[in-house]
Design a protein around this ligand. Structure first.
Ligand code: UDP
Length: 364
């Protein structure tokens, strides 16, 4: 029997681990425990069935990274007094993933890291995610990388052992959604915007909003759908910047996954600072403008399936104009799809866990 404990707390973590967990739960070799840190409490409530979570750590204080991570470790320490795990499974670059990995390190519980090896090599961009991702790689014993470039990054850092290229389980949902739903008509001049990162919340978000407003004023045929993140700092800034109603912009609550996909499929252009939305928009072949100065999804840039417009949206106008006249090359989109695993990533991860973990455990 293998005791495998998942710790998660945000929407993207959930979306990227849920299919793997469902498969493992049907396998008698595994005893699965799912711990939620509650890092994105309001968003998680919308997505996650309460029965999915075995232990809710009920953490608070999300604005302070250091306090959050320390509280998480303290809580895990308490819980692990009556509980054991052979492996801890974490995903991505969140404070939850970092706290759980650090705990695993101190307790000598092997950590499995999904989405390992994505890098900008600028510790402050994205902050604190780049630091977190790099440091989880130092702790983890098993690394699931999305693609070859992540594997190469890990190799360059001296991490060779137990690195598996598995694609992106996030796009597994997308592939299923597209298969199950009729082709969505693209609405001309429609732009989808999502913004939530720390680098955007400082003065960049105000500048981004200014650049977007100027663009819309000069291009009255365009309209924007903007599902908001629940991050209170973002909400406050946006409220302030849109005192005067602009009927070309429609704000909404964070959307349920299939609603969001429907909106993305019908949009002509996607502007985002999100990691997951970048991956998905590029997968769909949408003109993708990344509202960041740097992206750790570097293959998106190299394959020309997305472009950086800076965190302040300085290149927004120029790049929208470009994509009104030019399409993304479908060959490049195909390459990106190949890079992301064509929707088979969860199965790949499951197969590796099923075959490799028993051997790994016996060697310990
Ligand atoms: N998403 C969603 N509803 C929304 C906005 C995003 O379901 O209103 C999904 C999106 O399809 C993607 C994931 O949330 O799978 C991305 O999460 P987020 O942008 O919060 O985080 P990141 O990927 O940047 O870590």
């Amino acid at each position: 029997m293998i005791n495998l404990c998942f710790v998660f707390g945000t929407r993207p973590e959930y979306l990227k681990i849920v299919e793997v967990i469902k498969k493992l739960k049907n396998n008698k070799k595994f005893k699965i425990k799912i711990l939620s840190s509650n890092q994105q409490k309001n968003i998680i409530k919308k997505y996650v069935d309460k029965n999915f979570i075995d232990i809710d750590l009920k953490l608070k204080n999300f604005d302070n990274d250091a306090i959050f991570v320390s509280k998480l470790i303290k809580k895990l320490n308490l819980i692990f007094q009556n509980f054991s795990a052979d492996f801890l499974f974490v995903q991505g670059d969140t404070n939850t993933a970092y706290g759980a990995s650090l705990f695993g390190f101190f307790k000598n519980i092997p950590v499995i890291h999904l989405e390992a090896g994505l890098r900008t090599y600028d510790l402050y961009n994205p902050f604190p995610e780049e630091f977190i991702r790099q440091n989880i790689s130092k702790i983890a014993k098993i690394h699931f990388a999305q693609n070859k470039s992540s594997k190469i990054n890990l190799k360059n850092e001296g991490i060779f052992k137990n690195v598996f290229v598995v694609g992106n389980p996030g796009v597994d949902h997308l592939v299923r959604y597209v298969k199950e739903n009729k082709k969505q008509k693209i609405i001309k001049n429609s732009i989808l915007v999502t913004m939530h990162r720390r680098e955007s919340i400082n003065s960049n978000l105000e500048k981004f909003i200014h650049n977007l407003k100027v663009f819309l004023k000069n291009n009255s045929e365009f309209h924007v759908n903007w599902p908001l993140h629940t991050n209170p700092n973002i909400l406050m800034k946006i409220k302030k910047s849109f005192k005067k109603n602009m009927n070309q912009i429609r704000f909404s609550e964070p959307l349920e996954y299939s609603q969001f996909q429907k909106l993305m499929l019908s949009s002509q252009i996607v502007i985002t600072d999100s990691g997951g939305v970048q991956e998905e928009a590029a997968f769909l072949g949408k003109p993708l403008l990344i509202a960041r100065d740097k992206t750790e999804r570097i293959d998106i840039i190299n394959l020309k399936v997305g472009t950086l417009i800076n965190a302040d949206g300085a290149k927004l106008h120029q790049k929208i104009n470009y994509y009104v006249k030019n399409k993304i090359d479908p060959i490049n989109t195909k390459r990106w799809r190949n890079n992301q695993g064509f929707g088979n990533s969860s199965t790949k991860i499951y197969d590796i866990l099923n075959n490799f973990l028993p051997k790994f455990k016996n060697k310990q």
